[in-house]
Design a protein around this ligand. Structure first.
Ligand SMILES: *Cc1c(COP(=O)(O)O)cnc(C)c1O
Length: 386
């Protein structure tokens, strides 16, 4: 398939074919796992295909990077050892000490720790703002000083929705770039670069890998000058995806479209059940018309995703009991895999923000709805609610 043909193809075709041509010597339809740190040179400096040393480039990683760029409709992709390695590389590529960052006030906890405990001591200044409130983001921007506006949408665990196009305009008007953490939506449901974002970042550990068997991260950009800065820092800092991890992540990406549709189908079934159950006090899902971000989500997302949060009527004790009684839903952190997960954010993923403005309700439960049989998921929740 030629590059031109691929660029005109649909999402699933790009997810399956972009980034790799069947191997010229064997015809292997999947990228070989190239377990080599170094490459034979044909004479000094005579690199074959540009490969010299695997921190700088590795063919298995190159294939993944091409595919992830194609599904995000970007020009270049970069694969990292984790989502946080990807984020660290963005911060150090695009900011310098003294610069200012606007940052979600309910950011993923690890991202918050990176910004507050690593980037801030290094010299970055930041202002938290609610991404679902464009006016609050506008107020947090310091024109001339703010170099990056960082958005997650939907956010975790309250599934707030930021208006990517509106925030891109605000950032650009102030001379800043917009970074979108697209982990929760996945590139199948939302393509931030097409809405005006400058940089997309993923924890590919979640939906892109999709099988809870590999940790990884990715960055995608359109602008080639930005790409050069990211490429330089990816190599200079060195938090790259290894070839085995790159292979697994790429394999996951190929089925992202069909998995996401089933995640969304099942999440809708679960939401339907929960909103009609008297043991449930509130259901938080961007697909519900009652969700404050519903209109924006409908504009910028293909569907509403596989993450569902809800509050129970029986307080924290009931929330903890539901988490412990569930059987098909596995009690655990993380998200985005084929298996359904349940967790109590207040005691688990968000325990570190207890007592701060980011504290989440004690009666809140978060589900990562997997792709098992929907009836089994509903029956499991029905039983677990007690
Ligand atoms: C998991 C996650 C990260 C961090 O990624 P790792 O792969 O765990 O390093 C960043 N952002 C979001 C939204 C996440 O869910």
């Amino acid at each position: 398939m030629t590059q031109e043909h691929r660029n005109k193809s649909g999402f699933e075709t790009r997810a399956i074919h972009a980034g790799y041509e069947p191997d010229p010597t064997t015809g292997a339809v999947n990228p070989p796992i190239v377990a080599s740190s170094t490459y034979k040179q044909d004479g000094v400096g005579g690199l074959r295909g540009g490969y010299e040393y695997s921190r700088s480039a590795n063919p298995t990683r190159t294939a993944l990077e091409g595919a992830i760029a194609a599904v995000e409709e970007g020009e270049r992709g970069f694969a990292f050892a984790s989502g946080l390695a990807a984020e660290d590389t963005i911060l150090r590529s695009l900011m310098k000490p003294g610069d200012h960052l606007v940052f979600p006030d309910d950011a993923y906890g690890g991202t918050y720790r990176l910004v507050d405990k690593v980037a801030r001591p290094w010299g970055l200044d930041y202002t938290p703002a609610a991404v679902h409130d464009a006016a609050a983001v506008a107020e947090a921007i310091q024109p001339g000083r703010t170099k990056l506006v960082w958005v997650e949408t939907p956010t975790n665990p309250l599934l707030n929705i930021g208006d990517i196009a509106a925030i891109a305009n605000l950032a650009h008007a102030a001379g800043a770039l917009l970074v979108v953490d697209n982990t929760f939506a996945s590139p199948y449901l939302q393509q931030p670069l097409t809405l005006g974002a400058d940089v997309v970042v993923h924890s590919t550990t979640k939906y892109v890998g999709g099988h809870s068997d590999v940790v990884g991260g990715a960055v995608v950009v359109r602008d080639l000058e930005l790409a050069d800065r990211i490429a330089f820092h990816q190599n200079a800092i060195g938090g790259v995806a290894g070839p085995f991890d790159a292979f697994l992540t790429h394999r996951g990406l190929k089925t992202l479209g069909v998995r996401m549709d089933r995640h969304c189908d099942n999440a809708e079934r679960v939401v339907d059940f929960l909103v009609n159950d008297s043991r449930v006090a509130e259901v938080i899902y961007p697909g519900l018309e009652s969700h404050p971000g519903h209109a924006v989500a409908s504009r910028q997302m293909k569907r509403y995703g596989g993450m569902v949060s809800f509050r129970v009527t029986g307080g924290e004790a009931q929330a903890l009991a539901v988490c412990e009684r569930a059987e098909v839903f596995t009690l655990g952190e993380s998200l985005g895999g084929v298996e359904s997960l349940i967790e109590h954010p207040g005691r688990m993923t968000h325990a570190s923000v207890a007592g701060t403005d980011l504290e989440v309700p004690a009666d809140l439960i978060r589900l990562s709805v997997g792709i098992e049989t929907a009836d089994d998921l509903v029956a499991d929740l029905d039983r677990a609610l007690g």
